[in-house]
Write a protein that binds this ligand. Structure first.
Ligand code: HEC
Length: 244
């Protein structure tokens, strides 16, 4: 192969960061305890008022009827969501302004932001725990955990990370929501798409100079007021201020 052919192959690989790169979930543990968020002192934060909302999956159907992904009202009859964040003890998120005067946060290594999505049975059942974690090299790992259920008691034992070698993660289940049974089917979101969407939908995406550096979507300067409330609660709970 001549040099120019080689150069053109290498540059086409570089143009699509999803080819020949390690999976986005590298750095996340393969399995976690079902109550990790509570064990490790994560704290809830409120999402942006009227902000864009994350998708549940592709081709969502309730009782065989296709649900419009933007129809939050219909989706929220069956699903609920809560956001959580945590920084390692003694570390802080630092805010500064970039050369254009826009607020940019530098998140410490090990910052974790979680998106817990549940099915509104009574009590609620975990559907997915999406997790973003800041790596040592400044990029973020993205992954989705799903419950592994005990066959004897039906209780969730552990949460396991969806890995890219698994076949397309299809979900189908019938659950009692209020007084009625609802059969749910959908295809779960793959981790290959997480970062691309966060780069396009985060109101503070200016703080991610490249796609590979893209991180949280709502735990960002545009949601400062809610993150400051989170910071106050965190300081009370852990005795250390996580934001400056
Ligand atoms: C189609 C766009 C889209 C895709 C795909 C997507 N997200 Fe998100 N995600 C969002 C938006 C928008 C929010 C902010 C939600 C809000 O504020 O209500 C969000 C929020 C989150 C949060 C909460 C913390 C935060 O502020 O960022 C986590 C964690 C998260 N996503 C992880 C993931 C993971 C992991 C994947 C891939 C498996 C993924 N997301 C795929 C759009 C997306």
């Amino acid at each position: 192969m001549n040099i120019s052919a080689l150069v053109s192959i290498l540059s086409s690989l570089a143009a699509d960061p999803f080819i020949a790169e390690a999976p986005l979930y590298i750095g996340l543990p393969e399995s976690i305890d079902a109550d990790l968020l509570y064990q490790e002192g994560f704290l809830e934060f409120s999402q942006l008022e009227g902000g864009m909302r994350a998708p549940l999956g592709a081709g969502v159907e309730f009782n065989g009827e296709r649900i419009d992904p933007h129809n939050r009202e219909a989706l929220s009859v069956v699903f609920s969501e809560v956001h959580f964040a945590n920084v390692p003890g003694g570390t802080r998120i630092r805010a500064k302004n970039d050369s254009q005067g826009q607020e940019v946060w530098s998140y410490p290594e090990g910052t974790r932001v979680a998106h817990k999505i549940s099915i509104k049975t009574r009590p609620e059942k975990l559907f997915e725990l999406r997790m973003i974690q800041k790596r040592a090299d400044g990029t973020w790992a993205f992954g989705t955990y799903i419950p592994r259920i005990s066959e004897t008691t039906g209780a969730p034992l552990k949460l396991s990370l969806i890995q890219s070698s698994e076949r397309q993660p299809y979900f189908e289940a019938t659950n009692q929501i209020g007084e009625t049974n609802v059969s749910i089917s959908l295809t779960r979101i793959r981790s290959t798409t997480c970062q691309r969407c966060h780069a396009a939908t985060s109101p503070s995406s200016h703080q991610y100079p490249t796609l590979a550096e893209t991180g949280p979507c709502g735990f960002v300067p545009a949601n400062r007021e809610n993150v400051l409330k989170w910071s106050d609660g965190f300081a009370q709970k852990h005795g250390a201020v996580p934001f400056e």
